[in-house]
Design a protein around this ligand. Structure first.
Ligand code: B16
Ligand code: MG
Length: 219
C-alpha cells in the first residue's frame, strides 16, 4: 500500500518535552518519597497522565483515593506546564522542520497523534502548530497507548486507511499502539529500546522521505 501520511507522536519525536515530563514526575516522586530514575521514566513515555501516576504510586506501595490522585496529577501537570511555558523553537528536535518541509514537497499529509493533553500548547511554543493537517491529542481520546485509538482517529480524520499511514514514535507503548492499529512504525531514538519498530532512526537529522521509504522497503 502506498504511504500517504505520517502521524507523529509529539513528546520525544517532534520536541524534547520528555525531559520535562521526567523532571515534573521526579519532583512529585521525591515529595512522595518514591525512588524514580531516568530508566523508570522510560516506561511512562507515551502513557497517559493518570496511568503514569498509578505506576509511580504502585512502585512506592502507595494507595490513595481518587481525589488525592487527581490533586497529585494536577500538581505534576502544573510543573510540566511551567517548563513548557519557558520552551522555545530551538527545542524542536534536530532535523524535524526540514523533514516536514520534505513531506510537503512530496505531498504527504502530516498529523500529530499524541497522548498529551498539552500537545497544542507545546506545538504553539515551538511555532509548529500550523504545520500539521490534523492534531489528535489526549483531549480527544479515551484509551491510552498501546491502544491504537489516537492513531486510528488520525487516519480516519485524514480519510485514509491505516496501511496508508506511517507512525513515528519514541516510546514502547506508542510502537505497540501503531502495530495494534495495523500501521507501520518508525522508532525515533535508541534501537535497543525501540527494536520492535519496523525501522529505527536515531533522529531526523539527514533524513528525508525517500530515505524512510528506502529503509522500510529494504529491511
Ligand atoms: P499530559 P506523547 C505523552 O505524549 C508523553 O509521552 C507521556 O509521558 C505523558 O504522560 C502523556 O503524553 C500525557 O501527557 O500529562 O501532558 O496530558 O509521547 O504521546 O506525545
Ligand atoms: Mg512520545
Amino acid at each position: 500500500m502506498i504511504m500517504k501520511a505520517c502521524i507523529f507522536d509529539l513528546d520525544g519525536v517532534i520536541v524534547d518535552t520528555a525531559k520535562y515530563h521526567f523532571l515534573a514526575w521526579k519532583k512529585l516522586a521525591d515529595q512522595l518519597g518514591v525512588n524514580f530514575t531516568y530508566a523508570d521514566n522510560e516506561r511512562l513515555k507515551g502513557v497517559s497522565r493518570m496511568e503514569s501516576l498509578e505506576t509511580i504510586l504502585k512502585s512506592g506501595n502507595i494507595t490513595l483515593g481518587e481525589q488525592e490522585k487527581e490533586e497529585l496529577a494536577a500538581k505534576k501537570n502544573n510543573w510540566f506546564v511551567e517548563y513548557l511555558d519557558n520552551m522555545s523553537a530551538n527545542e524542536t528536535l534536530p532535523g524535524v522542520v526540514s523533514f516536514l518541509d520534505d513531506l510537503d514537497n512530496n505531498r504527504i499529509w502530516k498529523a500529530i497523534g499524541s497522548a498529551s493533553k498539552n500537545a497544542v500548547l507545546a506545538l504553539r511554543k515551538i511555532g509548529l502548530e500550523d504545520r500539521f493537517d490534523l492534531i489528535i491529542d489526549g483531549t480527544m481520546v479515551s484509551r491510552a497507548k498501546p491502544d491504537p485509538e489516537v492513531f486510528l482517529k488520525a487516519a480516519t480524520g485524514l480519510g485514509l486507511a491505516p496501511g496508508q499511514c506511517l507512525v513515528f514514535e519514541d516510546a514502547h507503548a506508542g510502537i505497540q499502539a501503531a502495530h495494534n492499529g495495523k500501521m507501520k512504525c518508525v522508532g525515533v531514538g535508541n534501537p535497543d529500546i525501540l527494536g520492535e519498530a519496523d525501522v529505527v532512526i536515531d533522529s531526523f537529522s539527514n533524513i528525508n522521505w525517500k530515505t524512510i521509504l528506502k529503509l522500510l522497503n529494504t529491511r
